[in-house]
Design a protein. Structure first.
Length: 369
């Protein structure tokens, strides 16, 4: 299949691995920001094929994993209301809140529905004028344009029984927070190619300069990842810290102007809490004043509630790249994809789920608590 098979060619992969091996003269720790890249790295065993001195650290770029428990609790509260049809992508139904998950609400009679697009939820609102339809709008810069466009459509069409529970987060402030952490070990970043497809690359050169770390825009197929790693290692060995685009077939410097225009119309930047990490200033979006009528938090007056994370779960450390999933004592025992204690075991992009799925079950390090 074009753009898949040709980016998984084993001969080219071996050639790139040889070039990485030749370039790396000392230990380097790189972070792939995106959960999709984490899954690809683990699935293809790329981290195990790399020379020993290169360590891949998994970053916080899984949208389901970083959605804070406080928002999940608000989703549970809104979804339980009899007048509400609560719509979400499937992954979010199993994410544990303080008191169960959306499946629990559904089993108790709540009208919780899985949709494949926010436009499906808008259509439900149009065809059910007597109900309140709420869409759970989470994710990074990648999912935000479709959600923004749906809210824009709802306003344009005057569909007043539609609202969105928003938890959108942004990559650049998360990178800054990781670099500011005193425990940070990251020396170079593979940037998320699909985020840059939307937003372009202009936000990253100042970050690379400020923190003196190379940043390479990278795709998701094995050869994309190996080329991103190779370019990052070459920069590190040469003492450079620049933003490079290794994914030019999808990413331009300016990104997608139409999507960015829609985002800046519908959203405004705000502080956001990240699950397991805490509040990062200016790290997310909320609905702008013009669209505030469509904010489900305002419409249903769900206030901040006290949240209770499982004390056994170390997903905050996993999301910051401070430990590997196998260093959590609950990994594969009390916490599995069937019975997840934390969001990083639920999501298809979560590092814990990736390690479990691809049988990375051995314990490493001394982090077991
Ligand atoms: S293995 Fe489970 S309990 Fe441990 S950090 Fe991952 S999600 Fe949390």
């Amino acid at each position: 299949m074009k753009y898949l098979d040709e980016f998984s060619d084993p001969v080219l992969a071996r050639h790139l691995l040889d070039r990485i091996r030749a370039a790396a003269t000392r230990r380097w720790a790189l972070m792939e920001v995106c959960g999709g890249q984490t899954h690809s790295i683990i699935r293809h065993g790329i981290d195990q094929l790399l020379p020993d001195q290169i360590e891949m650290i998994h970053g916080p770029g899984c949208p389901v994993c970083v959605t804070p428990m406080g928002i999940v609790d608000k989703a549970l509260e809104i979804a339980a209301r009899p007048e509400v049809i609560f719509c979400s992508f499937g992954d979010m139904l199993r994410v544990p809140g303080s008191n169960g998950d959306l499946f629990r609400v559904k089993s108790e009679g709540g009208d919780v529905r899985v949709v494949y697009s926010p436009l499906d939820a808008l259509e439900l609102a149009r065809t059910n004028p007597g109900r309140q339809v709420v869409f759970f709008g989470i994710g990074f810069e990648t999912t935000a344009p479709a959600n923004a466009m749906t809210v824009h459509q709802a306003k344009r069409l005057g569909i007043g029984n539609f609202s969105v529970l928003i938890s959108h987060v942004l990559v650049p402030p998360a990178i800054a927070a990781i670099m500011e952490s005193p425990r940070c070990r990251v020396q170079g970043f593979l940037l998320a190619g699909h985020v840059c497809t939307v937003m372009g690359t202009v936000e990253y050169p100042p970050l690379a300069q400020r923190y003196r770390v190379p940043m390479v825009v990278t795709g998701f197929e094995p050869l994309d990842l190996l080329e991103g790693i190779r370019r990052t290692i070459v920069q590190l060995e040469e003492g450079r810290h620049e933003m490079e685009n290794a994914y030019p077939r999808a990413v331009s410097a300016v990104g997608n102007p139409a999507a960015k225009e829609m985002l800046s119309d519908v959203f405004e930047v705000t502080d956001r809490a990240w699950r397991g990490i805490g509040v990062i200033p200016d790290s997310g979006w909320r609905l702008s004043e013009r669209y505030r009528d469509f904010d489900a938090e305002d419409r249903f007056a769900v206030g901040a509630a006290e949240t209770r994370e499982s004390p056994a779960c170390r997903s905050g450390e996993v999301l910051q790249g401070l430990i590997a999933p196998t260093e959590c004592a609950a990994f594969g025992t009390r916490c599995t994809p069937r019975h997840p204690l934390g969001a990083t075991m639920v999501s298809a992009e979560g590092a814990c789920a990736a390690y479990y799925r691809y049988r990375r079950l051995e314990r490493v390090g001394s982090g077991d608590a």
